[in-house]
Write a protein that binds this ligand. Sequence first.
Ligand code: NAD
Length: 238
Amino acid sequence: MCKRIFILTGAGVSAESGLGTFRDKKGAGIWSRFDPMKLATPEAFARDPEKVHEFYNARRLNLLAATPNAAHVALAALEVALAKRGGHLTLVTQNIDDLHERAGSMNVIHMHGELLKARCVACHRLTLWRRDMSTADACPACGRANALRPHIVWFGEMPLYLKEIFAALNEADMFVSIGTSGSVYPAAGFVAEARALGIRTFEINLERSDNADEFDETRYGRASEAVPDWVAEILMSS
Ligand code: NAD
């Protein structure tokens, strides 16, 4: 049985909770309706902060109305079950939602930031933020006005926790990618890194990802069904 499992999740794990994905092969992703270069870059925020706030305010409202699905719940159960067996689950997500946490996952690494946090560009402190954000808001930590931004890694910015992520990958005996299109680096490169380390690699997705050929095994289906099935198989094999 694999005892040290490294999981990377993407927007597909939250799709059935009602949160749109960015890309899919049918062109229904968020970025087919909005231009990312006008919204999810530091340059866009410098040019028109209220427009960027408006986009993330709408997504925050959407998130607060969403609930975790069976895939989130199964991954939370896997974390507990592996720990009881002396193993460990590293859960890295590209998602900015908090649905893994709400399902019960205790250690989630948000490499692209978190929608329910504000970051102050002056004092760099993070604040939990569940309401609309605007340029009129002052930082609760340092009081500076017009200094808050969503705690999101935008295009052109460095993802978070990469040192911890690669350290965890080095100690894993299985790499599993769930609901991600394999098109955003460096996350899309984790499978190549895992292969180079000799770790077994597995993809669960609705459809083939851009880097599906790099996986030892693949399984296609809705996350809410495919993930609980896979978790049950992993736990049965112990
Ligand atoms: P993506 O939009 O590029 O790809 C989504 C993937 O999920 C596709 O491969 C699609 O086939 C798959 N998918 C769709 N519905 C599914 C389902 N029901 N079950 C299983 N798989 C399903 O998403 P990504 O690869 O995570 O892209 C990375 C970027 O998207 C990140 O920067 C991330 O921050 C951002 N993002 C996050 C959220 C969120 O927080 N919920 C939502 C949209 C985008």
